[in-house]
Ligand binder design. Sequence first.
Ligand SMILES: [Fe+2]
Length: 289
Amino acid sequence: MELEQHANAYRAPSPLPLEFDADGDLVASSLLPHLTPPAAAILAYLQAQYKSPKLFSSLPAALSHPIPIPNHLLLPFVDMDTDGLFIMDTFTPPFMDAVLSHVQSYRRYLAGRTSTSNVLRTLDIRHVPGFTWINDFLFQFISRPLTVLLFPKVPPLDWFQGYIISYNTSEAIPAEATSTRTSLPEHTDDSETTINLCLSPATAFDGGELVVGETRGVGGEEEECGFELKQGAVIMHAGRRVHSVSEVTGGERHVLIQWARSKAFRRENCPCCFLSGREGECICGPKWF
Ligand SMILES: [Fe+2]
């Protein structure tokens, strides 16, 4: 059975304390109590601008005519202390616990119905029932406006995809449910910017730092730094930064990753040559565009 059919067939009640209207759209005001105060101020502003309780159903229009979020609302929200890495404390921990419980229940449901183990260790958010709104929210609320502010050379973003990625030590794996990934080697992302939202409480795992190093192809002078994730906080970095996840030595670590791209940027820059810092003529050909 296809994943979309599984999602349609899943009938368990969602533990998420949110309100959805008859069309299945999230009522934006029901999210407000689950955000930190600076995040709630931004959502309240967007709600007032859109003049609709259905904030996220207007996404296609918002992509062609985005409403800019004023810097005086964005700046108190962003921890700018780090070198090209930005941290936004966004969701309350109890809400992240509810999100994780929902995702894990659905994974257990899927585990008995699909033989594709990759589905379980890297779960596309589009396939999690009752949860697709978070992709739109993170894109409109964080990836797009903060890329304008923090990475001004990148044209407006207009593409995104999100996944939940899980790490377990072998003792912690509920055999039927999740993955055997314990770390992630150094790599760059095929994205203009990447955000990383930690769903797990810090007490749920040991190790598992996000380690971020130089900007690939640039020979940047950034020092390699390890970051302990905080439940409910989003970390944003350029996809071109070399990064990895250190060994998880205990417990389970669940994160939501969203890649965001700009089609205009990719029409002008071959992503492969750009990542590798190759100057001049593209050596890759049109398949990369
Ligand atoms: Fe990555």
